[in-house]
Design a protein around this ligand. Structure first.
Ligand code: ADP
Length: 316
């Protein structure tokens, strides 16, 4: 097998999340006395890299920018523990990205992100792509950098997977360089407007393969010559924090491994359902063995679930 076959490079954001629980989220000007405090490695790029590595089948590297400070070490360690090889750009001017998260007892949250070094990632930081089959990108780093990476990868024959999150309009040149676009419903609306059903809007995007994740409903995709709907796996969800990131990393890894789109979507839905059953971001992302065991035991998707999803998407 040539090394190009199944090797993922994730290029994107990494943060250290500072999480405090409190009775309620503070209103402007209010001080709330919180309770337990924890730090977690997070950021869409790092979460997706961990998800790709745990899905297996493809070696995973991550290009990220960190500050020269103590917040960088736990992020790097968490990537290495998951089997991700980090390619680190060390910023001397900016601190490591951080997120300050207050979670209330009724599961509301208020989040302030200080992107710091994530904004220092430049086009010139992209490592050689000779051994890379899939490049996985998100939008928590400067869009000019993301566009440059996508264009370089496209030129090199690398499959470009973009999770267009957080929602923002995209330059046409970036969309033209993308092979697989993954968005949630809100992000779909930003890119394709609110007119028409989900399937119609998905068709408006000039990307060869588009996947729309639909939370507890599952997902719909256009690709492999048709439309595929994959209902979510019913689980008792306790924390959906990294569901989307788990889905993106798992799908990219399975596609890099050579799965057909329908199989990759089924795996990604199972992995993200499992992630919803555990607290936390990277800690909740399941390993391949757990996902495969879950899929072995899962009953076949009931036809009603597929029909309901197709109807929700405006297909019937
Ligand atoms: P995001 O977090 O990016 O908004 P979604 O909420 O659409 O993404 O979730 C991504 C995927 O995670 C869904 O396509 C689905 O497969 C899975 N998922 C999300 N919420 C649930 C849930 N409550 N039960 C089962 N699977 C879920």
């Amino acid at each position: 097998m040539s090394p190009r076959r199944s090797s993922i490079l994730v290029a994107g954001s990494a943060n250290l999340d500072f999480v405090v629980r409190a009775a309620h989220v503070p209103a402007p000007g209010e001080t709330v006395l919180g309770r337990e405090f924890v730090t977690f490695p997070g950021g869409k790029g790092a979460n997706q890299a961990v998800a790709a590595a745990r899905a297996g089948g493809a070696s995973t590297r991550m290009l990220l920018a960190l500050g020269d400070d103590p917040y960088a070490a736990p992020i790097e360690q968490s990537l290495r523990d998951a089997g991700v090889e980090p390619v680190i750009v060390r910023s001397r001017q900016s601190p490591t990205g951080t997120a300050f998260i207050c979670v209330s007892d009724d599961a509301e949250n208020a989040i302030t992100v200080a992107p710091g070094a994530n904004l220092a990632l430049r086009a010139s930081d992209l490592p050689p792509l000779a051994a890379v089959s899939h490049l996985l990108l998100q939008l928590e780093t400067p869009v000019e950098t993301v566009s440059a990476y996508a264009a370089t990868a496209r030129f090199a024959g690398v499959t470009v997977v973009l999770n267009a999150a957080p929602a923002r309009p995209l330059p046409d040149a970036l969309l033209r360089a993308v092979d697989v676009l993954i968005v949630n419903e809100g992000e779909l609306e930003t890119l394709a407007g609110a007119e028409g059903g989900i399937a119609d809007r998905l068709d408006r995007l000039a990307v060869p393969c588009v996947v729309v994740t639909l939370g507890a409903r599952g997902c719909i995709a256009r690709g492999d010559g048709g439309i595929i709907v994959q209902p979510a796996f019913p689980v008792v969800a306790v924390d959906t924090t990294a569901a989307g990131d788990t889905f993106c990393g798992a799908l990219a890894a399975r596609l890099a491994h050579g799965d057909r789109l329908a199989d990759g979507l089924r795996y990604a839905c199972a992995a993200s359902a499992l992630a919803c059953m555990r607290l936390g971001a990277q800690a909740s992302i399941p390993a391949r063995e757990a996902v495969e065991a879950f899929l072995r035991d899962a009953p076949a998707d009931p036809p009603q679930a597929r029909q309901a999803l197709a109807a929700h998407c405006g297909l019937i």
